[in-house]
Design a binder for this molecule. Structure first.
Ligand SMILES: [Zn+2]
Length: 210
């Protein structure tokens, strides 16, 4: 590339000489079946940035980035944006809506949550349930975790609306959610890490309850 930094920032002075006259090119491609707007810029050397424009992912990339690299970036940004969005969407109300969906899908009509809320006090447990009031509290520590982990804790607590103990009937209920074991392992790892980190602020319970 023949670009040299000019001390006089004239028009086009920072554009590589082999890319005249367009400093930007825009195209729409598909990644995993979803539209991605790619804006190639001659000014960019390495950095890739992304934002959502009307629900579509928009990537700003260096002019000559390969299609394959673009796809890699698109997937990574989509994951990051989805995580951020779902975190923002995890209000108490959203949690109740999700709990009702899960109850309907996996537990039939028998589990009926009336209130679901995030709690900063659940340091020893991932969640707790008061079956008499239909109230479920989830530890705020779950908020930053993947949705399927939160779902699995919700299923656990919802199952307690039907069955108070952790016996065979309870196990049958929670096993209806396909990622129960995976989520248990995930949470066990989180607990282990918390217990083994030097500056652990909390020690999780001995695993009685997610
Ligand atoms: Zn339990």
């Amino acid at each position: 590339m023949g670009s040299k930094d000019s001390s006089f920032p004239q028009l086009g002075s920072r554009v590589g000489v082999d890319w005249p006259p367009m400093a930007q090119q825009q195209q729409k491609i598909q990644v995993d079946g979803e539209d991605v707007i790619v804006i190639r810029s001659a000014k960019r050397r390495r950095t890739v940035t992304a934002d959502l424009s009307g629900g579509e992912l928009r990537l700003r990339v260096p002019m000559r980035l390969s299609r394959r690299d673009i796809e890699t970036h698109a997937r990574a940004f989509r994951r990051r944006l989805a995580t951020r969005a779902s975190r923002a969407g995890r209000s108490d109300d959203a949690l109740l809506v999700r709990a009702r969906e899960l109850a309907a899908q996996y537990l039939g009509d028998s589990a009926e949550p009336l209130k679901v809320s995030w709690s900063d006090r659940q340091l020893q447990r991932w969640g707790s349930t008061t079956s008499t009031t239909g109230e479920i509290r989830l530890s705020s520590r779950l908020r930053a975790m993947p949705g399927w982990v939160v779902d699995s804790v919700l299923i656990h607590e919802l199952a307690h609306l039907i069955e108070s103990g952790h016996g065979p009937r309870f196990q049958e209920l929670v096993a209806r959610y396909p990622r129960t074991h995976e989520a248990d392992a995930f949470l066990a790892g989180v607990t282990w890490a918390a217990q083994h980190s030097k500056h652990s602020e909390y020690s999780s319970g001995a695993g009685e309850d997610p």
